[in-house]
Design a protein around this ligand. Structure first.
Ligand code: GDP
Length: 448
């Protein structure tokens, strides 16, 4: 995908109305000519010119500011023009039509950022972070997206890439001298280099997983038998009466979702149907969906009571490896127990009451921790495709270790390392397909 030499794009870049100011952005080679036509003379670079924007016949469309950012020192790396007018949809539409008369065309969603990517202003992970920043639903998510946009994540990927390339050079060199290959590959330095690389990767993968949670919100599936208090808990956490709470077992038949921001940390809560065997057709469907919800969750919150807790632990069986497990022993008000918490076999247990609210502060705190709050100043945002790419790199590195340790198969190790490099390069966009770029930039809003 390349930018056409004479292709200039334009779009309204701010929601008109709210702030009283509307912004129109134009990017491409025709910008200097368009700017000259609108201003009546050549604009000074990066200066705010007060101007009357006029129709071709001379009639005024709007008064406002005109700013010209000459290539390559602009967001897209091309000539960029920004027109600030009054925040009226009618005026902005008229101005957009005028700019199009002067040689621009309407931009597609994300096309400004796509051009920034194609012109090397941003790599792909940074470009994605622009969209994530705009869509952020929590303070922590926005801060993390900003860091990724600034390149914090990309630099770590780049460091890993350099280490990987250094190792590849070693292994490839060994293959080029077959008579010495065996000795060369048995060199402990290679094994050490590979070990260091795997440690570095595991660290980055953990950070990226945290970044994904900050971006998407921690996906928490609330599970438990009917009447355990799942809907009551969802209501208590979400702070409203959204789920229907009744004393009839099996009321929550479908999956109810709620986005909750706990002190600036996003949670996606899903209240699932009670997981029990049932003859009821509708409820059975709900139970099936609850199982599906569990397989996609980052964390499962089991709502139970003192009597059923041990037996209900079996519900964690459907969780993916690596997902967090939390047990909430509910209804302590009925048992006249005090709220408390402990960790058993790596599972956090909390005693609380969804009805009285006792013990829920500790639960909120724990969920916040799981969602990445307090993950430090350096936390960056990531997307699922980045995590998947890093997981693929991990697989290839494991295969490399295996190839070198067991068979000294240089060719095999070299191929695995090549694939690892490819997977890593997909994150920053060194290797991408047009389909992937289309999917990524197509999900942006227009004007960005
Ligand atoms: P679900 O089927 O798991 O979603 O359970 P619900 O949230 O619908 O709750 C079932 C019943 O238990 C309702 O009558 C709730 O008011 C009650 N309940 C839920 N949590 C508590 C609690 O902590 N204490 C007491 N006493 N009752 C609760």
């Amino acid at each position: 995908m390349t930018v056409q030499p004479d292709d200039t794009i334009a779009a309204i870049a701010s929601a008109p109305g709210a702030a009283g100011v509307g912004v129109l952005r134009v990017s491409g080679p025709r910008v200097p000519a368009i700017a000259q036509a609108l201003l009546g003379r050549a604009p000074q670079p990066r200066h705010a010119h007060f101007a009357s924007f006029r129709h071709a016949q001379g009639e005024t469309i709007d008064h406002g500011l005109l700013l010209h950012f000459p290539a390559p020192a602009s967001y897209t790396g091309e000539h960029v023009l920004e027109l600030q007018g009054h925040g009226s949809q009618v005026l902005l539409d008229a101005l957009l039509r005028r700019v199009c008369e002067l040689g621009a065309r309407l931009a597609r969603p994300g096309e400004f950022t796509e051009r920034a990517f194609l012109n090397g202003k941003l790599d792909l992970a940074q470009a994605e972070a622009v969209a994530d920043l705009i869509a952020a639903r929590s303070q922590a998510g926005a801060r993390a997206a900003l860091r990724s946009m600034e390149g914090v994540f990309s630099r770590k990927v780049e460091a890993l890439l350099q280490a990987l390339i250094a190792l590849r050079v070693h292994v490839e060199a060994a293959i080029d001298f077959p008579e010495e290959e065996i000795d060369f590959l048995a060199d402990p330095a290679i094994a050490q280099q590979l070990d260091a690389l795997r440690t570095q990767l595991d660290e980055l993968l953990r950070e990226a997983q945290r970044g994904l949670r900050l971006n998407d919100g921690l996906r928490v599936a609330i599970v438990g038998r009917p009447n355990a208090g799942k809907s009551s808990l969802l209501n208590a956490l979400a702070g409203g009466e959204r789920a229907i709470v009744t004393a009839i077992a099996g009321t929550t038949r479908d999956v109810l979702r709620e986005s909750v921001a706990l002190d600036g940390v996003a949670l996606e809560l899903a209240d699932t149907a009670g997981l029990r065997d049932t003859d009821d057709e509708v409820e059975r469907e709900g139970v099936r969906r609850a199982h599906g919800e569990l397989t996609r969750a980052d964390a499962a919150l089991l709502v139970t009571d003192a009597e059923h807790a041990e037996a209900d632990l079996a519900l964690f069986a459907h969780l993916p490896a690596g997902a967090e497990r939390v047990v909430l022993v509910n209804k302590i008000d009925l048992a006249h127990a005090a709220p408390h918490a402990e960790t058993r076999d790596g599972i956090r247990w909390l005693w609380a009451s969804a009805k009285t609210g006792e013990g829920l502060a500790a639960l909120r705190e724990h969920l916040k921790q799981l969602a990445g709050s307090g993950s430090g100043e350096g936390a960056f945002s990531a997307r699922r495709r980045h995590v998947l790419a890093l997981e693929a790199v991990r697989e290839h590195l494991a295969h490399t270790t295996h190839a070198l340790a067991t068979t000294r198969a240089g060719e095999l190790a070299a191929e695995e390392l090549r694939q690892a490099q490819h997977a890593l390069g997909e994150i920053t966009g060194d290797y991408t397909s047009d389909d992937l770029l289309g999917a990524i930039f197509g999900s942006f809003c227009i004007g960005k």
